[in-house]
Design a protein around this ligand. Structure first.
Ligand code: CA
Length: 537
């Protein structure tokens, strides 16, 4: 045979190899929000809101009922997702830390494997993203309106850009623009589409400023919790709707960074409501004031969620239009759960169910059975491993989670985890939640407040007491369960290589360094500690 005669055969072989490869390497869109809890996602709980587009992912894919985060706070959760490692190993233990982007991360590995990688929206890891062909990110928390953002990539220097508009919509537009104009047709991609919303202080977009005005949102059973029958930290936090929401949180004060037009719409929505409240506030009981604050807070939170849901709907619609839906895995999650008034709280941080759990939905046409529900214990610790496995990239041995791909296929491995280790470090810090670690098997939960003197513990029977109102630690009838969980906690701390003492966070190291310098300058002892305290307050 002459050489040119085999050319068509060669080309056709090459083409079929490419086709197989393309479908073997699906696209990944990771949709991520900040502080979005299951209580405000109707696939989980439809008592307060309907989220049809998030629900669509659940209906066409899989809903996870037990997705636990390893450290329930923004930055640390993101660092766990980047690295597949617990906080003590990735070095980002509190929001005061700064992510060491030089370490191994899943986007770097995907990029090396030929994936086009992008992150758009909230980043919140302080250091410049590495491993992304493109990033376009909020700076720090970023505002709800008119955000400055930083764009760049592996081959482009980070550049600041100003924007006018509602941040959720801007992030959606950027994600759509990237999918339409920057995405390469011949390369699989991984896009992280990450929202600021519904993070504090819950500023709704123009479309939803008055939505729910005429409704009363259901109150949680534990809105008036008195924190009895538990260890001391629950009563000592500073995240109560009753005492700790500010005038800005409650929109008694308007945001400062609105354009004239945005401000006019804002005032038209909030001024009449505020005037009505202020006119009757003096005659209201304490309980009525808490109820008013709850309604104001929860409605603003739900309004923010509604805009995110709309944005997700637009992206899903584009995937359909562009013929991308079939070969694109869509995963929805949040960096941790949240208190919508449970225990009288806003915020997160605790190992209690509402903040330990985060929503997790996944759609993978042709692989995940539509409408499936999973009750295995999974975690944000597993996300990096899952993304790599989806792309056919070997999961590095030092990552600590497990790929969810077998679970997507309906085949939970026989040795899948049946218990979970949690560890929260940010004390002293915002909202004054004591450091704690613990273990849960989904039925019972042991929490150790190890830094208190003396240390305190809690044990909950989650099936009997789902709101975690009564600790049964030390009770004779739970002695056996307590012993088992104590042993399991010890085993997990060894498995995950926890040191006996918390390692200093990068922030603590910085403070220590600062203290040394101050001492050298003769400015006196103890100053860094005081400065730290003030910042935390
Ligand atoms: Ca968060």
């Amino acid at each position: 045979m002459k050489p040119f005669a085999i050319l068509p055969l060669f080309c056709s072989l090459l083409l079929s190899a490419w086709t197989i490869q393309a479908s073997d390497r699906p696209n990944i869109i990771f949709i991520f929000t900040d502080d979005h809890c299951e209580q405000a996602l109707s696939a989980y709980d439809d008592s307060r809101i309907t989220t049809p587009h998030m629900d669509r992912i659940a209906n066409e894919g899989m809903k996870f009922n037990k997705c636990y985060v390893t450290n329930g706070i923004c930055g640390p959760s993101r660092a766990v997702i980047q690295t597949g490692k617990y906080s003590h190993l990735n070095g980002f233990m509190t929001n005061g830390d700064n992510f060491n982007g030089d370490q191994q991360t899943f986007p770097k590995l995907l990029h090396t494997a030929g994936y086009q990688t992008a992150v758009i929206g909230k980043w919140h890891l302080k250091s410049t993203p590495q491993g992304y062909d493109y990033f376009d990110i909020l700076q720090g928390q970023g505002p709800y309106y008119n955000p400055p953002m930083l764009y760049g990539g592996i081959e482009a220097k980070a550049t600041k850009r100003e924007h006018i508009g509602y941040t959720t919509d801007i992030i959606r537009d950027k994600a759509l623009d990237w999918l339409k104009n920057e995405r390469k047709d011949d390369t699989p991609f991984m896009l992280m589409f990450q929202h600021k919303a519904p993070h504090r202080n819950w500023q709704p977009g123009p479309k939803y400023l008055t939505w729910l005005d005429d409704e009363t949102v259901a109150e949680p059973q534990t809105l008036f919790d008195n924190y009895e029958n538990r260890a001391s930290p629950a009563a000592k936090q500073t995240m109560e709707i009753k005492r700790h929401l500010t005038e800005s949180d409650l929109k008694l004060k308007a945001p400062g960074n609105l354009t004239t037009e945005q401000r006019a719409a804002w005032d038209a929505a909030y001024k009449p409501k505020n005037e009505a409240y202020l006119a009757k506030r003096d005659s209201m009981t304490e309980k009525e004031i808490i109820q008013w604050k709850y309604q104001r807070y929860v409605k603003d939170y739900l309004r923010c969620v509604k805009s995110v849901d709309d944005a997700i709907g637009d992206v899903l619609a584009y995937l359909d239009e562009a013929g991308l839906a079939e070969n694109t895995i869509v995963i929805y999650s949040s960096d941790q759960g949240w208190y919508l008034g449970e225990h009288g709280w806003f915020d997160k941080r605790w190992m209690y169910e509402e903040s330990l759990k985060t929503p997790l939905l996944a759609r993978w046409p042709g692989v995940i059975k539509p409408g499936s529900v999973n009750n295995d214990i999974v975690s944000n610790l597993d996300f990096a491993e899952t993304f790599l496995d989806l792309a056919g990239v070997k999961v590095p041995g030092d990552m600590q989670g497990k790929s969810l791909v077998p679970i997507f296929k309906g085949e939970t491995p026989a040795d899948w985890r049946t218990s979970f280790y949690y560890h929260y470090y940010e004390f002293p810090g915002a909202h004054s939640v004591a450091r704690h670690y613990g273990v849960t098997n989904g039925k019972h939960k042991l929490i150790e407040y190890y830094n208190l003197k003396p240390a305190e513990s809690e044990l909950f029977d989650i099936e009997k007491d789902p709101n975690e109102m009564i600790s049964v630690h030390g009770k004779a009838e739970y002695a056996e369960i307590q012993k088992e969980l104590e042993a399991e906690l010890k085993r997990l701390r060894e498995q995950y290589q926890l040191p006996p003492q918390d390692p200093p966070s990068r922030r603590e190291l910085r403070m220590k360094e600062k203290g040394k310098n101050n001492k050298n300058k003769g400015k006196g002892k103890g100053q860094p500690k005081e400065a730290e305290k003030k910042k935390a307050a």
